[in-house]
Design a protein around this ligand. Structure first.
Ligand SMILES: Cc1cc2nc3c(=O)[nH]c(=O)nc-3n(C[C@H](O)[C@H](O)[C@H](O)COP(=O)(O)OP(=O)(O)OC[C@H]3O[C@@H](n4cnc5c(N)ncnc54)[C@H](O)[C@@H]3O)c2cc1C
Ligand code: FES
Ligand code: FES
Length: 483
């Protein structure tokens, strides 16, 4: 059992002990390592100024992905290689992207620029000839108050990708993979003044630790918890860090069933969904930003249980099951029966979510889902909806509809579902089902939308979803914002 968090920063080995392990990565970098290129602006994962690359061993290689260091806590980074803006090029030299930003006025005040450099380095790591769309997608999580983005995009357009030196060439990949893989297989306990970090190396060990420390906070990707801690809304206490447990990171697709480990990141869920459930992939494309999806997990989204969490409406209508494990073994709960009240669920104190089991739509079934938010990108939903219908010819034989953002939990709409059964998916049927849906919900007004607006969405969204059911390829292009 190790008593420190082991990570590498820009190729240098760091053993982090005691109180230092309980802080955000951005604080460790800036205050203790004097790597002040990484900036802190929002401290909520929203602006991208603090973006760094996190390298993890995957299939014998180092996989580098951008994450927001303000909400990544050191506790969860055992066995990772962190690369900051200072580590993206030889000391005193600029890399081709940095040179182009200088030549093409890609920076003004420069405060956001290190974050842009990290996100772009993540892109060039796997794609040295990115299209404009690749670039804009990679930069969804990076906000700039000065440049208006045109000069940033023009700077990237001028980069000669053949001159890019990948991080796997810059840092000794074989040595890092060996050492970080070994670290990932070790258990860690760090204690500091009543707080402790527990990092189990296996699911069995995690279950034992969960049973012993029922008051521990489970920490996966930290994209919800990091924000809560930064806002001072909760003490850290005992942390059970699950993020890198191999069993929780597995995904399989077999016999029409997609099984997703609770620790699979949303980026990896999206990648798989592109081929097996493209409508869901299109929705996940609009989930947070790449750095958020590179850290945040599906298990975390479900356990967090926000009524505007984006993964849930789709998983509700797909009849997904949540597999919970504890000392008594494993049990499965249909997601439709999982939530009991606002952000309350049926997980027992000694249990954790191990995986999510998703039946994929059959040949007779059609699926669509939709997110509505004020901005297209990097915004929390105002309203979300999903539908699955079973068809016989042009008639609906069974229907499931779920909405988010209209009640304290995600809800199913039985009256609207009944209004579809036995009918064709024509406008008259959909309007009748929409009226039944609106009558069944009592949304509230908040900063994201009024109760009246949400009621209208509840009524009208079925027309849009049905259009996608009739032509599923539309879903990928139309999963847009409110306007
Ligand atoms: C900038 C930003 C943008 C975001 N955008 C979106 C968005 O568009 N849509 C959306 O739905 N969400 C969004 N989120 C919220 C967040 O990213 C998701 O809810 C994410 O899935 C949380 O996963 P995590 O692994 O980071 O969870 P964590 O923060 O690690 O944990 C969240 C909760 O789940 C519990 N938990 C985690 N894993 C388990 C487990 N295996 N078993 C039991 N309990 C567990 C934790 O104890 C905690 O209570 C955003 C967050 C930020 C900061
Ligand atoms: S400081 Fe804004 S995302 Fe981290
Ligand atoms: S250059 Fe000033 S915030 Fe981007």
């Amino acid at each position: 059992m190790r008593d420190y968090v082991l990570l590498y920063v820009n190729g240098r080995r760091c053993e982090v002990r005691g109180a230092a392990a309980f802080q955000p990565l951005s604080d460790l970098l800036r205050n203790e390592q004097r790597l002040v290129g990484t900036k802190i602006v929002c401290a909520e994962g929203d602006c991208g100024s603090c973006t760094v690359l996190l390298g993890r061993p995957r299939d014998g290689k180092l996989d580098y992905r951008p994450v927001t260091s303000c909400i990544q806590y050191v506790a969860q980074l055992d066995g990772a290689h962190v690369v900051t803006v200072e580590g993206l090029s030889e000391p005193g030299k600029l890399n081709p992207v940095q040179e182009s930003f200088v030549a093409n006025h890609g920076a003004q005040c420069g405060f956001c620029t290190p974050g842009f450099m990290a996100s772009l380095a993540g892109l060039y790591e796997t794609n040295c000839e990115p299209s404009r769309q690749d670039v804009t997608r990679a930069l969804v999580g990076n906000l700039c108050r000065c440049t208006g983005y045109d000069s940033i995009l023009a700077s990237v357009a001028q980069v000669d990708g053949s001159k890019w030196q990948r991080l796997v060439e810059r840092y000794p990949e074989t040595k890092l993979v060996a050492e970080l893989t070994e670290a990932a297989q070790e258990s860690v306990t760090v204690v500091d003044e009543g707080r402790q970090i527990l990092k189990p190396a296996s699911l069995a060990e995690a279950v034992r630790m969960r049973a012993t420390y029922a008051d521990a906070t489970i920490l996966a990707g930290g994209t919800d918890l990091g924000v809560v801690w930064n806002k001072g809304k909760r003490e850290i206490g005992t942390l059970l860090c699950l993020g890198e447990i191999p069993e929780l990171r597995e995904q399989t697709v077999a016999a029409g069933i997609w099984t997703i480990g609770a620790g699979v990141t949303l980026a990896d869920v999206e990648r798989t969904a592109v081929t097996i459930l493209p409508q869901f992939a299109a929705l996940l494309e609009r989930f947070g930003s790449p750095p958020i999806k590179n850290a945040g997990t599906l298990g975390g989204n479900i356990a967090n249980g926000s009524p505007i969490g984006d993964s849930m409406p789709g998983l509700f209508v797909l009849n997904a099951e949540v597999e919970l494990v504890g000392p008594a073994g494993a049990r499965r709960v249909n997601l439709n029966d999982f939530y009991t009240a606002y952000r309350k669920n049926v997980i027992l104190p000694d249990e954790l979510i191990a995986r999510v089991v998703v039946p994929l739509p059959t040949a007779a079934e059609r699926f669509a889902c939709h997110k509505i938010s004020k901005r297209r990108d990097l915004d929390i939903s105002t309203f979300a909806a999903a539908i699955l219908v079973q068809m016989n010819g042009d008639k609906v034989t069974a229907a499931r509809i779920a909405y988010g953002g209209v009640a304290a939990t995600i809800v199913r709409l039985p009256a609207a579902e009944a209004a579809l059964v036995g009918k064709p998916l024509d406008d008259a049927t959909l309007r009748a089902a929409g009226a039944a849906a609106r009558a069944a919900v009592t949304p509230i007004s908040d900063v994201r939308g009024s109760a009246e607006y949400r009621g209208l969405l509840a009524e009208n969204v079925l027309l849009k979803l049905a259009r996608e059911l009739r032509a599923p390829q539309l879903a990928a292009s139309s999963n847009g914002a409110a306007h």
